[in-house]
Design a protein around this ligand. Structure first.
Ligand SMILES: [Zn+2]
Length: 409
């Protein structure tokens, strides 16, 4: 029925692994909800949904296979509940379906936070829902885990007892700067701090947020810190206060003039009309060229007509190319990880070129696209008061990490 279920903790280990594998395959499609219908009784179905960024109550209800009138009733019921005024991410929604009834949902629950939820039960007589606040008897625990990746990231994480939800979130957060298919090598390692909720019997019943993570790839640390930069607005930032949700730069060079845009043009040397698959920026020889996003250098060498060129793979989707350089940046060679804004080379006129300029290309899923028309989430950079608050929070998280590591040993 087009909706998938996310209650994965009741499944056995093997199934959990399969689920994580398949969701990692789908991670870039943001399919974080999954299916466990085989455990359900035929008449009643339970559907659990975890809210994501961009969701509204309406968009969540639209995922349910119910008619318009029932949707309206549910939406009004939710909107009338004061404690549900703000829809947050990672809030669990549980819908109980009675497939024999004409109005299918007999009850539903919405978490207000990890310890509290509101239960709505259908009153058959008046065709409305009655609400009741329920306190869950959970304790929040902060967990620290670290390991060397021996086989694969997910099997290493599962072996540590990390819940699939957390692994999925971890992979999603790093998906902006890491290509999981190619960039994880044997003996790379990771550290992670996250929240778990346990019941009276000390059994983990749910997971919360990732607070800190560090992925060490070929001896390079990629850290991320959770930070609430505005009330109810949470994002993840690297140690320099840059959002990990980074865009590629449209102009990876300062003080340059766009001299030739993407599209069909008469080639300045060849003389005939040809597709120009990049954007040219005219600038004096020696002007620094920056990496337009975090990533891994896959080429730093001679590219024929492109002269001295650098190619960077940013994640599983995007690559960028910088051509005609006079020389390469310090330590820029194949296999090196670079940060957004790092100098990777200097403007020149090497290869097939009529004068000093940068030829810049963006490749999306293997296809060259117009970099000037890119629509990617803008990477927030914390400044001023926000930055100060972030630095304080970062120290707190580092102290928390040290304390948890001491407990571990
Ligand atoms: Zn060009």
């Amino acid at each position: 029925m087009g909706i998938i279920i996310s209650s994965v903790y009741s499944l056995d280990k093997e199934k959990q692994q399969d689920q994580v594998k398949s969701s990692l395959d789908n991670i870039y499609l943001k399919k974080t909800i999954k299916e466990i219908t085989e455990n359900l009784e035929p008449r009643y179905e339970i559907i659990i949904y975890k809210s994501m960024s961009g969701d509204t109550y309406e968009s969540i209800l639209n995922k349910l296979n119910i008619d318009i009138d029932e949707k309206k009733l549910l939406l009004n019921t939710i909107l009338n509940e004061k404690s549900l005024k703000i829809l947050r991410i990672n809030q669990n929604f549980t819908f109980k379906f009675d497939n024999l009834a004409s109005q299918k949902i007999s009850e539903f629950k919405i978490e207000t936070d990890k310890k509290n939820e509101i239960l709505f039960t259908k009153s058959e007589v008046e065709k409305k829902f009655l609400s009741k606040k329920i306190k869950k008897n959970f304790t929040k625990k902060t967990v620290y885990k670290e390991t060397v990746i021996s086989n694969s990231l997910y099997s290493s994480a599962i072996n540590l007892g990390i819940k699939p939800n957390i692994i999925i979130e971890f992979a999603r957060l790093y998906g902006f700067q890491v290509d999981f298919q190619r960039d994880i090598w044997k003996d790379d390692s990771f550290q992670i701090i996250y929240e778990e909720f346990v019941n009276e019997n000390d059994k983990v019943v749910d997971t919360g947020e990732i607070i800190f993570a560090n992925l060490n790839l070929q001896n390079k640390d990629l850290q991320l810190y959770k930070f609430e930069y505005e009330k109810n607005k949470i994002d993840y930032f690297d140690e320099n206060g840059k959002s990990i949700r980074k865009t590629l730069m449209k102009t990876p060079i300062n003080g340059a003039r766009l001299s030739s845009s993407y599209g069909k043009r008469k080639h300045p040397i060849l003389g005939y009309t040809k597709m120009h698959t990049g954007t040219d920026f005219a600038a004096p020889t020696g002007t620094p060229i920056m990496a337009s996003g975090d990533g891994k250098v896959t080429k730093a060498g001679w590219c024929g007509g492109g002269g001295n060129c650098v190619k960077i793979r940013h994640n599983s989707k995007y690559q960028t190319v910088y051509a005609h350089m006079s020389k390469f940046g310090r330590n820029i060679k194949r296999g090196v990880r670079v940060k957004q804004g790092q100098i990777i080379g200097y403007v020149g006129s090497t290869g097939m070129s009529t004068g000093p300029h940068l030829h810049y290309e963006v490749i999306e899923n293997g296809k060259k696209i117009n970099s000037q028309k890119l629509k990617l989430p803008s990477g927030k950079i914390l400044k001023g008061e926000e930055r100060k608050k972030f630095e304080v929070d970062k120290i707190k998280i580092d102290v928390l990490k040290s304390n948890l590591i001491v407990k571990l040993n």
